[in-house]
Ligand binder design. Structure first.
Ligand code: G6P
Length: 609
């Protein structure tokens, strides 16, 4: 949510800032802006409502500088507008600030600064920071890093910030508290960003700031220190992912690329974790031995959006394979309801980005109450990963498109591994363990088979895309699939979609069924097949249209169209049934001319409440 970039060095900063912002645009995309300092130190700011492309078009021809900061925004305080876009400046136009996060005591600080003479020109909480830093610099020759440090001491909230001072063009000051900041180390030049995606084209050597840390960044290096001015030493690390992982790689959209990357992502999630000898899974990062795991009586899974639905599939897997009661709940609800934390419950936080504020807050609440939390997280070293007691990294690779696909699938795989591990410690037989191990190994091939139907699914999507709404139904294992399928369609195509348990249809929503509201029905070949076919009959009897996603095509009188998926083991079938729904949503969105990778009103990682 919101992206930050910064450059200092011998080259023109604007080139990097614009390209970096484009790479971070998936995090927020309702306005963008840059500020640069020329060698003489003159501060130039350009910002606009709209996309980074609009900013590039709005830049004056002579907008040059060798020190600069930039921002792409997802509005929280104040509507998307030119005035509310970052960077924000003080009244003397000396200081410029870009900020991710929320300043909770902004109103109070604004009132105080206004009384002291500051004139505010935006509705944002961020502008407070610009005036506050300027107030601490005063008219004197103070160091920018000291002024930022002093200003942040007065601030309550979360932030990742980058600050420049026209009187000190040889430095940029960055700080982190709850919103990531990464430094990129170049040859006689330095970069900073809220996400390595902006940096990989320029450098692979990075330094992640910790919460409560600041850095003063100069062309020839950096110094990190705490809010109490204590210097801390941070060793650079090398970014693992290839530059190509951050490109569309010849696909029309990141979303399509990420859907097609799923076989490889699943292989990485499974890599080195299957134990054929004992028919179990090895999960080195759990930090729980077999005895501790045996004491767990319940599993509670927390996540937001698709992470929550992946958690629902995970809960089913744990209950089925380990026979431990498991339940998934939106982290955004959990954290506000004074949850009862039990010693024999294992809490699992799910997050692709590892930054989602509601999920992080849920983890902190559990830990504060003495509970034990594992993370199922894609982004290594992210805030949620660090906060948890242990966990499973997905290794799905960077996910850029706002709607989650490969991270969703890898999350379900991670839960299958956890459930297998748990199950084999409890009562899952070696034979059943072997059955799951070999089914997991076959999944990448099964996913490839489904992806080969891309064109047929595109044709079906075009047939169904122009309806005002769609119903998604599934029974028991199929219900989380229906929920995620409906979520994906809404997110990227803006077609209204509702998910219902197939068993509940006749208790209300059957009243909605008509030729104008088609149903996507999940019809696995399992012990509930007959029940599902009966439901299809009930829909067809009300002139409803049915698109079945099934292992065997239902009779023509029960379904108008069918997408066939390969059969896995019943516990793992939901994961495969979900793949065609991703393609269906993608192609429906394309058919409707939507901005697939950057759907309206959304952002990839929601780092605010
Ligand atoms: C946002 C995105 C969703 C995503 C959710 C959780 O709401 O729009 O697509 O599923 O955040 O993100 P996380 O990074 O925690 O998995």
């Amino acid at each position: 949510m919101c992206g930050i970039v910064a450059y200092i060095g011998p080259k023109d900063a604007t080139t990097f800032l614009l390209e970096g912002l484009q790479r971070l645009e998936y995090r927020g995309y309702d306005s963008a802006g840059v500020a640069v300092l020329g060698k003489s130190g003159a501060l130039k700011v350009c910002k606009t409502k709209g996309r980074v492309a609009d900013l590039a078009a709005a830049l004056p021809a002579r907008f040059k500088g060798t020190t600069g900061i930039g921002h792409t925004r997802w509005a929280t305080h104040g509507e998307p507008s030119d005035a509310n876009a970052h960077p924000h400046t003080d009244n003397a136009e000396r200081i410029a600030v870009v900020h991710n996060g929320i300043i909770e005591n902004a109103d109070e600080l604004r009132a105080k600064l206004t009384a002291e003479g500051a004139v505010f020109r935006s509705e944002t909480d961020t502008e407070v920071l610009a005036h506050l830093v300027a107030a601490h610099l005063g008219d004197g020759e103070g160091q920018l890093e000291d002024a930022v440090r002093a200003a942040l001491k007065l601030v309550v909230g979360t932030y990742g910030i980058a600050v420049v001072d026209s009187a000190q063009p040889d430095r940029i000051v960055v700080a982190r508290n709850g919103s990531p900041i990464v430094l990129g180390l170049g040859e006689k030049e330095m970069f900073a960003a809220s996400d390595v995606a902006a940096l990989v084209r320029y450098t692979r050597q990075v330094v992640h700031l910790e919460d409560g840390e600041l850095a003063v960044v100069r062309a020839d290096g950096f110094r990190t220190f705490t809010e109490d001015a204590r210097t801390v030493t941070r060793q650079p690390s090398t970014v693992d992912w290839e530059v190509g992982s951050y490109d569309t790689g010849g696909y029309e959209h990141y979303l399509l690329k990420e859907i097609h990357e799923q076989p490889a992502a699943v292989e990485r999630t499974l890599s080195g974790r299957l134990d054929e000898r004992f028919a179990t899974a090895h999960l080195g990062g759990l930090n729980l031995d077999a005895r501790e795991l045996r004491e767990i009586r319940r599993v509670k899974i927390l996540g937001c959006g698709s992470a929550y639905y992946a958690g629902e599939m995970g809960a089913q897997l744990i209950e089925e394979l380990a026979r431990i009661p498991a339940h998934s709940e939106p982290a955004s609800e959990f954290r506000y309801r004074n949850p009862v934390i039990e010693a024999d419950t294992l809490y699992v936080a799910v997050s692709q980005s590892g930054e989602t504020y509601d999920t992080l807050a849920a983890v902190q609440e559990i830990k504060r109450k003495g509970g034990r939390v594992l993370g199922v997280v894609n982004t290594v070293g992210s805030a949620i990963a660090r906060e948890c007691d242990g966990g499973i990294y997905l290794h799905a690779g960077p996910e850029i498109s706002v709607a989650s696909t490969k991270a969703f699938t890898s999350t379900v795989i991670a839960f299958a591994l956890l459930a297998l591990h748990f199950g084999r410690i409890h009562d899952l037989s070696p034979a059943d363990g072997r059955r799951i191990v070999s089914a997991l190994k076959a999944l990448p091939g099964h996913i490839r088979q489904i992806l080969e139907q891309d064109e047929e699914i595109a044709e079906l999507a075009a047939k169904y895309a122009d309806n005002a709404g769609m119903m998604f139904i599934g029974r028991v294992r199929g219900y989380p699939v229906a929920r995620e399928g409906a979520q994906k369609l809404k997110e990227i195509s803006y077609v209204h979609a509702e998910a219902y348990p197939a068993s509940e249809l006749k208790h209300g929503p059957l009243a909605l069924i008509s030729p104008e509201l088609p149903t996507v029905a999940l019809v696995p070949d399992d012990e509930l097949l007959d029940k599902n076919l009966t439901t299809l009959g009930e829909i067809k009897a009300r002139s409803g249209r049915v698109l079945a996603v099934a292992h065997r095509a239902p009779e023509a009188k029960l379904a108008d169209h069918c997408i066939l998926v390969p059969k896995s083991e019943p516990e793992l079938d939901p994961l495969l049934l979900n793949i065609p729904l991703q393609l269906l949503a993608y192609h429906a969105a394309v058919a409707l001319g939507r901005d697939v990778d950057k759907p309206r009103n959304l952002a990839k990682s929601v780092t605010v409440e």
